[in-house]
Each structure stands twice: as C-alpha cells, then as structure tokens.
Design a protein around this ligand. Structure first.
Ligand code: AMP
Ligand code: MG
Length: 352
C-alpha cells in the first residue's frame, strides 16, 4: 500500500491549527487553515487513515511527517480487515498465515491484554462485530440463534501465535481495530524519539499521543470530548502520554428506540452495556491505553476500577450512563472538568 503515500503527502498540505485553551484543538471547532512554517515552528500535517482524521504536530524536521505517515500507512495496510491484501485479511480468509514481525508483535501484545482483561478484550470477536454491520455500515440486529452460533468461535485462547505464524480455530476471525490506533501512535512516537524529537502532538481522531512536553517545557493541555453533548468533558495536563477514549457515541445505530454501539461484550455478543458511556485511558503506552479503553468499557465501572487497583501502568476517566464522572487518583491535579461538566462533582477512585 506504499502507493497511497504520495497522495497522503498532498493531503498533508492541510495543516492543523489548534484552538486556544487546549493543544489538540478540541475546545472549540476551529476550521483547518494552511499554516506557513517559520524556521522554529512545528511541522504540521493531516491525513485520513484508519477510518479517522489524523493530525500531527512535530517539533523537528519536516521530513519526519512523511516518515510518520509511512508508519501509519504500513500498519493500516497490514492490519485492515477489509483490505484484501492485508496480512490480517489473509489470516482470516485462510485460517492461518505468516505475518510481519510488527504484526506478530502486535498480536502477541493484544493477546496478552485479552488475558489481562479476562476476555473483556477479545480480538476474535470480529465475526460478531461484522454480523451487527459495524464493519460495513449495513447495520442490523442479528437474531439470537445467529449470535449464539457465532459466539461458539469467539475465544482468543484459541488464536495461536508461534513466531510469525498465526493459526485460528475453525470459523474464527480476528480484528485488531481495538488496538490499532494506539499501536500506530505509539509506533510513531517511538520512531520520533529515536530521531531525537523531544516534542510532538499526534491526534488520531480524538485519541491523542504526546511526546515530551511543549517546546517551552510546559505540559500539553489535552481536551477530552463530551460523550453526550457537543463540547468537552475535561482537560488533562500531561507530558509523554497517550489519552485514548472509547465510547458508545463513536459508532452506533438506533432501531426501535434502542441504541446499539460498536463495542461488543464478548460474553454476550451484544453491545456492552454495563453502566459506562465513555472511558478515557491515560498512560505511556498507546497500544495498552487503546486496548484498555475498549475493554474497561466492556467491564463496567466496578470491574474496571478493580483492574486499575491491580495495575500501575494507566489512569482513567469514566463517564457513567447517568452522566456522573469518576477519575482514578493518579489524575488528581492534572484534571479539570469543562463546559457542561464544569461545576459537577466527580468521584476519585483510590487504591486504599
Ligand atoms: P475502540 O474504538 O478502540 O474502542 O475499538 C472498537 C473496535 O474494536 C470496534 O469497532 C470493533 O471492531 C472492535 N471491538 C468491539 N468490541 C471488542 C472487544 N470486546 N474486544 C476487541 N475488539 C472489539
Ligand atoms: Mg481501543
């Protein structure tokens, strides 16, 4: 899929312009305008990839933008479930396949996180996601018997990875959509760091990954979208971290007055409805944050808080279906509610 890169580079002439107040421009909806680049200003660009509008701001050489786009394009070409030349497409079609080192490492990490979340994350839930129409947009509510039959083949423990060879049990298919964007931003951050960059901001459709601090040494102010209204939920002051959100509002359809969204509870084969409408995970590791935002959403607030208590590698912001908000204690001091939530109370989840 290398051939997409030149076109993408053309698109990159559209440069991202952050709104005042937050660094990812989410506080108000400023239109994108071309920015001419002074010698000490960042290299900025935008692309559409992985079904998402992505913006990059890199304090470093302009050529790094092209490298970032190559990394994302390469991952998308390898991981897409619908692109017929992707590595994952071949594995799903044939039931087995040899994948690249990067894809093997990603599957390995994803499987570890399926285990850590007790199967709330399950990369083999894909046939169910497809049956609901979330891959194609042909939404439907599958009958119970169909879901029951598909559920027979949902079990990440039956995905085998030996070196670079993936083997699936009969009838099984996998999808890394729950971790791909976090893995992609993490890979770009790792690359930029290896090139000596000390300041960058990547926004992959609202999932933000920061490298270092702002060039003046101050923290980035990252806005998180209100899962219900048009404004923002909160702002987080961070450095060197990813801020990744999963929510029922991101992809959904309605039928007979019921809302069905794209995050599936692998225990039931139906959209996860365990009390949450959005989960934001903050941590150093993009793939981990992406995996956990999806799976904590599935787990619901109590199980999610329990997993956080047993962990030391992430913090989280939870929004419940009743609109109440909770944060884990590591975010105290770097978190401020915004807009409709500005005067609301929030719970702080503690370890002790
Ligand atoms: P995210 O936007 O990161 O929360 O990922 C959601 C996407 O992951 C969905 O569009 C599905 O393709 C897939 N997915 C849905 N539910 C699960 C699940 N329980 N485990 C793994 N992947 C899932
Ligand atoms: Mg995710």
């Amino acid at each position: 899929m290398k051939h997409i890169v030149p076109m993408i580079l053309v698109l990159m002439l559209i440069a991202g312009c952050a709104a005042p107040g937050t660094d990812n421009g989410q506080a108000d909806k400023a239109p994108l305008v071309p920015v001419s680049r002074a010698a000490d200003s960042p290299a900025e660009g935008a692309i559409f990839a992985m079904d998402t509008y992505m913006e990059f701001r890199i304090y470093g050489d302009e050529a790094l933008l092209g490298e970032a786009v190559d990394i994302i394009g390469g991952m998308e070409a390898a991981l897409s479930v619908t692109y017929e030349k992707s590595e994952i497409y071949a594995v799903n079609r044939d039931g087995f396949g040899t994948v690249s080192d990067t894809t093997a490492a990603l599957i390995s990490r994803a499987l570890t996180l399926c285990g850590r979340t007790d199967g709330a994350l399950d990369i083999s839930v894909y046939p169910i996601v497809r049956a609901w129409g979330f891959t194609t947009g042909d939404y439907r509510v599958p009958p119970d018997e169909e879901l029951a039959a598909l559920l027979e083949n949902v079990d990440y423990t039956r995905v085998s990875l030996t070196e670079n060879t993936v083997t699936l049990a009969d009838g099984m298919m996998i999808d890394l959509g729950s971790v791909a964007k976090g893995a992609a931003s993490g890979a770009v951050v790792d690359y930029l760091r290896s090139q000596g960059v000390t300041s960058a901001l990547l926004n992959l459709g609202g999932n933000v990954h920061t490298l270092g601090t702002k060039p003046d040494g101050s923290l980035w102010h990252i806005a998180v979208k209100d899962p219900v209204g048009a404004g923002n939920l909160c702002v987080l002051d961070i450095a060197d971290k990813a801020v990744i959100t999963s929510g029922g509002y991101e992809r959904f359809f309605e039928e007979d007055g019921v809302t069905y969204w794209h995050i599936i509870d692998p225990a039931t084969g139906t959209p996860a409805r365990n009390g949450l409408i959005s989960v934001t995970v903050v941590g150093e590791d993009g793939l981990l944050c992406d995996a956990l935002s999806t799976s904590l959403f599935v787990m619901g607030p109590e199980r999610a808080a329990q997993l956080w208590r047993e962990s030391d590698d992430f913090e989280a912001v939870f929004v419940m279906e009743d609109g109440s908000v909770a944060i884990t204690e590591g975010l105290e001091g770097s978190f401020r509610l915004l807009d409709a939530y500005e005067n609301a109370d929030y719970e702080v989840i503690r370890r002790g």
